[in-house]
Design a protein around this ligand. Structure first.
Ligand SMILES: C[S@@+](CC[C@H](N)C(=O)[O-])C[C@H]1O[C@@H](n2cnc3c(N)ncnc32)[C@H](O)[C@@H]1O
Ligand SMILES: Nc1nc2[nH]cc(C(=O)O)c2c(=O)[nH]1
Ligand code: SF4
Ligand SMILES: [Mg+2]
Length: 198
């Protein structure tokens, strides 16, 4: 769908230089999704792996050292990621993925950020490999739902609660209280939306 060089706005790598590759297509159907125009893959042009990687290297200035490539979407695991991840590794990028976990894993990924959704629940194989769990808090019941997934992720998995953007003002005070009482969780806010970067 699109690719762009920016700052990772969320989670464990928040603040790090990151090249985002957003793959079109998603059938999970989150009512509050902030990239609904990604859902229809056919509405966007297609690019070869070679084109994506040469654009990436060009935009980061030719050297991928210390730059994370973030594969997102849409739901990126709807595709087989073998060729894309091989190419990005050859180019020198660390590869992170943002996923709902609803589809089977493919490719060689260094960091999996799992953001499970009620609308289409994640597969056990993705939960078992997650380095980061990022739960979107849209209403009060989402705290209990977050704990259900925290209990299934590996013990070293980083745990984040992130407010749904339109509910941020309302949910943040509850989230801060919750984290103070359950300090295994950390807060993630979408900083790119505050600093106006993509
Ligand atoms: C747009 S999704 C694409 C990747 C994948 N489909 C997923 O949901 O993880 C990227 C991240 O943005 C989060 N997100 C989407 N809409 C949001 C919103 N309105 N407020 C806060 N986070 C949101 C998702 O939960 C996910 O962690
Ligand atoms: N800056 C920035 N950080 C992000 N982290 C996850 C994003 C996503 O849409 O996957 C995202 C995004 O769209 N922009
Ligand atoms: S899974 Fe991700 S891309 Fe798909 S609708 Fe939900 S937030 Fe949007
Ligand atoms: Mg985003």
């Amino acid at each position: 769908m699109e690719s762009f060089y920016t700052i990772q706005g969320e989670g464990f790598y928040q603040g790090r230089a990151a090249y985002f590759i957003r793959l079109g297509g998603c059938d999970v159907g989150c009512v509050w999704c902030d990239v609904k125009d990604s859902w229809d893959a056919a509405a966007h042009p297609s690019y070869s792996v070679e084109e994506i990687i040469s654009k990436a290297l060009n935009e980061v200035g030719g050297n991928a050292k210390n730059i994370i490539a973030v594969i997102t979407g849409g739901e990126p695991l709807m595709y087989n990621l073998d060729a894309l991840t091989n190419g990005l590794h050859k180019a020198g990028f660390q590869i992170n993925i943002e996923t709902s976990g609803a589809y089977t894993l493919s490719g060689n990924i260094d960091w999996i950020c799992l953001s499970p959704k009620k609308f289409k629940e994640p597969l056990p194989e993705v939960i078992a490999k997650a380095q980061e769990l990022k739960i979107i808090i849209y209403n009060k019941s989402d705290f209990a739902w977050a704990e259900k997934y925290a209990a299934q992720t590996p013990s070293e998995c980083k745990l984040y609660l992130q407010p749904e953007w339109s509910k941020e003002k309302q949910m943040l005070p509850l989230m801060i209280d919750y984290i103070k009482q359950h300090p295994k969780w950390e807060l993630s806010v979408q900083i790119h939306k505050y600093i106006n970067v993509p």
